[in-house]
Each structure stands twice: as structure tokens, then as C-alpha cells.
Design a binder for this molecule. Structure first.
Ligand code: NAD
Length: 261
């Protein structure tokens, strides 16, 4: 089957779908014939993404949801199943970045990062897996290079992203017997509103942008579409024997041995 119709008949739930990587995932899945639920707490931006897709003759609906709330996620999953009868693909992208060490991070900041970046994946999968069992569906979680390494001052973010790999592997094993595959993608730096916001906090954003580019052996920051391609691969039958894996899409960022000549 050609890539164009790869997801014909499939229903996808995409969190963080209003912006950045999640919006690129919505675009590619819909372009390849999936019906796409654009799930995001930003109702206006989610509606914009869904309306643009519908305007192109594709199938989408926006569902305003705070994915860190179990009640909202439950309602969201029910709305998708009421509308389209099934769920085949879950792409968990919703995420936030906060800065701080364990000493400087407040309890509420810690809870916010862990709730949005980690607990949301539990909640979405908890409510969606009964439907994914019926369709022998696929889950793709958005991890990070910070699932494997870290930098100074991102304690909660690093913790959540490391734990997300454990959650991915645990779910992959628990649901393999039902034909449900669970994988993750670990990007390096991607040109999204999140990265631009992080760069804007620096006193010299231009120099930081160049330094970030140079950190990646491929010499650039990723386009969100490049990460969406990896999500679509893992969600598709092309990855039918892949489960519990994390696809590192980091432009080579994790390759060099620190301090090596
Ligand atoms: P982004 O900020 O551009 O988009 C994130 C989206 O998530 C936004 O639309 C936002 O409204 C939504 N969101 C945040 N909290 C939510 C909540 N509680 N409920 C529902 N929606 C919520 O971010 P991005 O750069 O596209 O990041 C997407 C994912 O990729 C995140 O998990 C992030 O950690 C990960 N990631 C990003 C990069 C990067 O360089 N941009 C690198 C590695 C991993």
C-alpha cells in the first residue's frame, strides 16, 4: 500500500496535537488517510489544526483536553469512540519544560511536569487500551534524548522522560499478547514553540541557537515533520514486529563520547 493511504480506516488520538511535534503528527496521519483527534488543552490552537485539515478534505476533530486530568481524558476517549467507533493509534506528545534542580524546583512545579509529561501517558493509555486491544493498535510515546542523558537544571523533565521509557517497555510487555505495540521516539532538538521559548530565555538567543545546531553531528535542528515521520513509521504496519523500542531521532546528538579527543 502506498504511504498516501497507509492509515485508511484508522482512528488516531494525538495529544499535544495543537502545536509543534504533535501538530506535525496530526498532519501526516491525516494526510495518509487516518481520522485524527487533535487533543490539546489549547482549544483554540487545536481547533485551528483540525479546521485546517478539514479544509484540505481530511478527517479531523479537535477535543479540548487537559491530559493530566483523568476525568478529562476519560471524556475525550469516550468522545472519539462515540464519533468514530474505534481507536487504532495513540500518539502521546503533550509535554512541558520547566527548569530547576531538585533544590530549586517547587513541589507544584515538580508535580506539574510529572503530571503532564508522564502521568498523562498512563491516563491516556489507561483509557485507550481497552479500545486498542480490539483493533490490535499501536502507541507511540514522545520521549527525548533526556530519556538517556541529562543537562544541568532540568531535574523533573529528565526524571519524567527517563520514566517514560520504563512505562513504554512495561506497557509493551503487558499488551504484546493482545497485539498492541508500544514504542517511543527520542528526538534531539526540534524546531517547535517549546524549543523557541526555551531559547528565548537565554541572554543571547542567537548564539544559543547556533550552539544547539552545532551540538548535533548532523549540524542542524530537526523539523517537526522529520519526527512525525518516525511516529508514523512506528504506528504503521511497517513496524509490525517492533515493540518496546525507542527510536532515537537526534541527528547524532548522543553519539560523541564526552571529552574524547
Ligand atoms: P510544544 O510546546 O511546541 O507543543 C506541546 C503541546 O502540548 C502544546 O500544543 C500544548 O498546548 C500541549 N500541552 C501541554 N500541556 C498539556 C496538557 N496538560 N494537556 C494537553 N495538552 C498539553 O512542544 P513540542 O516541542 O512539540 O514537544 C512535544 C513533545 O516532544 C513533548 O513531550 C516534548 O517533551 C518532546 N520533545 C521535544 C523536543 C524539542 O526539541 N522540541 C525534543 C525532545 C522531546
Amino acid at each position: 500500500m502506498s504511504d498516501e493511504k497507509e492509515f485508511a480506516g484508522k482512528v488516531a488520538l494525538v495529544t499535544g496535537g495543537a502545536m509543534g511535534i504533535g501538530a506535525a503528527v496530526c498532519d501526516l496521519l491525516a494526510e495518509r488517510s487516518a481520522r485524527v483527534a487533535v487533543v490539546d488543552r489549547d482549544a483554540v490552537a487545536a481547533t485551528d489544526v483540525a479546521s485546517t485539515l478539514i479544509g484540505r478534505g481530511l478527517e479531523a476533530r479537535a477535543i479540548a483536553t487537559d491530559v493530566s486530568s483523568g476525568a478529562e481524558v476519560s471524556r475525550c476517549v469516550a468522545e472519539i469512540v462515540d464519533a468514530w467507533g474505534q481507536i487504532d493509534i495513540v500518539s502521546n506528545n503533550a509535554g512541558i519544560q520547566r527548569y530547576g534542580t531538585v533544590e530549586s524546583t517547587t513541589e507544584s512545579e515538580w508535580d506539574e511536569v510529572i503530571d503532564v509529561n508522564l502521568k498523562s501517558v498512563y491516563l491516556v493509555c489507561h483509557h485507550a487500551i481497552p479500545h486498542l486491544r480490539k483493533t490490535r493498535g499501536a502507541i507511540v510515546n514522545m520521549a527525548s534524548v533526556q530519556s538517556f542523558a541529562t543537562q544541568r537544571g532540568v531535574a523533573a523533565y529528565t526524571t519524567g522522560k527517563h520514566a517514560l521509557i520504563g512505562l513504554t517497555r512495561s506497557m509493551a510487555l503487558d499488551f504484546a499478547e493482545y497485539g498492541v505495540r508500544v514504542n517511543a521516539v527520542a528526538p534531539g532538538s526540534v524546531d517547535t514553540p517549546m524549543l523557541r521559548w526555551a531559547i528565548s530565555l537565554d541572554e543571547n538567543p542567537q548564539a544559543l541557537t547556533e550552539a544547539i545546531r552545532d551540538m548535533h553531528p548532523l549540524g542542524r535542528i530537526a523539523d517537526p515533520k522529520e519526527i512525525a515521520e518516525t511516529v508514523c513509521f512506528l504506528a504503521s504496519p511497517k513496524a509490525s514486529f517492533v515493540t518496546g523500542s525507542t527510536l532515537i531521532a537526534d541527528g547524532g546528538l548522543l553519539l560523541p563520547i564526552s571529552g574524547a579527543p
